[in-house]
Design a protein. Structure first.
Length: 196
């Protein structure tokens, strides 16, 4: 639009006899056309780039939708699951080694999972409040992973049936003023879900 106004103005000046030569007007028109051509080419390039990006995003959205549908299909049936077994194993201070007492509970858990082949287990690692929170989060995860390794090596429980999480020091079951609070909080809480 601006270019048309310039063109009209120049054309008016030429007709009004303001002393503009035909050569000068032709130069201005040529410069204006070159600038307009460059702007059109730039917009065209941006349009092509945007179209390619839009196609890439549409492809990505289709892939995500396909994966979401797959996840929903795999999750079907779990809405009927109930807690079929719960237990807690404890750990020594600053340790994630499975104790003999913990082995007994894990053996019970493994047998329950064999009894219910479609069952899944959640293993939540916890610590006491000793030490930095970041370290305690890591230690809680190491404790949950140790329980997971035990069930895999002893019972051959598939990894996709076991879920681990660490709460570190964030979810104590015993308060600091209670007797043996620290040893009570150094634990992995085990929950088996299945269809009864």
């Amino acid at each position: 639009m601006r270019n048309l106004l310039i063109f009209a103005l120049l054309l008016s000046l030429a007709f009004m006899g303001c002393g503009a030569s035909k050569g000068y007007v032709a130069e201005q028109i040529a410069a204006s056309e070159a600038k307009t051509g460059a702007e059109i080419a730039s917009v065209s390039d941006k349009t092509d780039t945007n179209a390619a990006e839009l196609a890439r995003l549409q492809s990505l959205a289709a892939q995500i939708e396909e994966k979401a549908d797959l996840a929903i299909n795999k999750a079907k049936g779990f809405e009927n699951y109930q807690i079929i077994w719960q237990g807690v194993i404890n750990f020594d201070f600053d340790s994630y080694l499975i104790t003999a007492e913990a082995e007994q509970f894990l053996t019970e858990a493994g047998e329950k999972m064999e009894e219910y082949p479609g069952s899944i287990i959640e293993m939540a690692g916890h610590t006491d409040r000793t030490g930095p929170a970041k370290y305690n989060h890591l230690l809680g995860q190491q404790r949950a992973d140790a329980a997971k390794r035990f069930l895999t090596s002893r019972f051959g429980i598939s990894l996709y049936r076991m879920f681990t999480v660490s709460f570190g020091e964030d979810k104590p079951i015993a308060m600091p003023d209670e007797q043996n609070a620290s040893s009570t909080n150094r634990r992995v809480a085990l929950t088996i879900w299945g269809e009864l």
